[in-house]
Design a protein around this ligand. Sequence first.
Ligand SMILES: Cc1cc2nc3c(=O)[nH]c(=O)nc-3n(C[C@H](O)[C@H](O)[C@H](O)COP(=O)(O)OP(=O)(O)OC[C@H]3O[C@@H](n4cnc5c(N)ncnc54)[C@H](O)[C@@H]3O)c2cc1C
Length: 488
Amino acid sequence: MTDEPIRRYTCDLAIIGAGLAGLASALRATELGLRVLVFEKNIEQQYLCNSRLTGGIFHLALSSIEDSAQVIASRIQAVTDNTAQQDLSQAVAQDALRLVRWLEQQGIRFMRSGPEPWHTFTLSPPSLPQIGRNWSGRAGDVMLRTLEQRLTQLGGQILRGHQTESLTMDGQRCTGLRGVLSPDTVFQVQATAVVIADGGFQASMSELKKHITSQPEQLCQRNAKTGMGDGLRMAQHVGAAVTELDQFYGHVLSRDALHNDNLWPYPWADELARSGIVVNPAGRRFADEGLGGVFIANQLAKLPNPSSAFAIFDHAIWEGPGTLRTLSANPFIQRAGATIYQADTLEALASECGLPAQELVAEVLQFNEALKRKQTESLQPPRSSGKFIPWPIMQAPFYAMPIVAGITYTMGGIRIDKDSRVLDTAGQPIAGCYAAGSCTGGLEGGPRAGYTGGLMKAGITGLRAGEHAARQLALRNTSPTNIRLEPA
Ligand SMILES: Cc1cc2nc3c(=O)[nH]c(=O)nc-3n(C[C@H](O)[C@H](O)[C@H](O)COP(=O)(O)OP(=O)(O)OC[C@H]3O[C@@H](n4cnc5c(N)ncnc54)[C@H](O)[C@@H]3O)c2cc1C
């Protein structure tokens, strides 16, 4: 027996988390006639989540979403080394334009944010060219506020301060959820179906330790710190299967980002790291830098100490790739407070930053030599050049930047099908249980940490969950219930 007050709710569709994934499900299901409640753990009006902090570019695999579905799906398969689920890559490829058009109908505005085809659909006003997290009144903030307003107009609701803790099951069917509203109030929801959209496990030290790194505190939380893996645990508790959980989307940041908030989410050091070399405290390379910043960040996380590595580059790289992109490393990363060691010789550089001089010099010479002979693939580890070209490290001054992995969101998660139904370990859908957004897996990852795109994944899996739940309810011939709010 408990004498805690219980607040009870009844609805057709109960949604855990009010990021893009949760709100896309909620709004779509509401449009289709369901009575929907969204349970969001944060209490603030402008509660923080990754969708509010987002850079706002709707792309798929850093490519255009206006290409044919077949082309987009094969791109996703290529970047994930064919580890993406075919049904999911086809679903997002088919729905990419449908999602942005639907968002436009809700009142969300897009703009072009750069010259590449994948910059075409960027949330307006943009959030990108800024140091720090000035999200208010921009990109993701405007998107979430617009979606909530529309949801409320149609009769749906976000209930803030409601932290879901578990799913309720009636036999094999998910029939609601439970959670805490305040230290002394719990809530229970009876629903025909539930969508888990809690945003991933990137901020949970215990889950990170299990799946990603031995020292999670040594990753920079390049995110809203709200994704604690609650959805993953709840889903597993009711028998859900999970995908590979060991990869994340993130970037290479200055190590100072661990304590200097001006150094995340931007500027990042990807261009420096992928043009020169990255070395561990022994002065040795440990990653194929040619695979880019997301891959290097994942390799950093796998080091015994993820915050012990350096990016090594020369003046030509600093003045060349270092100046690329908006809010480039040169000059913004230094201006924002990043430590960069600089010296006229590699020996002096090693002594400045505490690396073993002999090993560092040998590593750089070997790299330069392999580059000259066009044999970087035979280095250990190999250095590919198909994606990002290697630059020789020859022109003084030489630089060493202490770096760290910035984790944005986890790529793996709850296994779902193309309709966002949660699958059990036998591959069968768990009735009444859906998952959407960054808490799901199957679309990103693989040996090279293939990045597909968090916004598209959230929006499309969200839309599809809402649509499937509405179809199921119609098939069950159950007339939508009225939302009943029954305070204790
Ligand atoms: C700095 C930054 C830049 C980015 N730039 C891009 C970009 O340009 N393009 C792109 O495609 N992607 C980008 N992303 C990623 C993208 O924004 C996210 O992948 C996407 O918004 C995730 O949406 P979501 O709804 O799954 O999760 P979220 O937006 O994180 O929402 C999850 C919600 O669930 C809530 N929640 C968690 N646990 C519970 C619980 N137990 N009970 C109730 N509520 C709970 C959280 O508080 C949160 O509000 C970026 C992310 C960041 C941080």
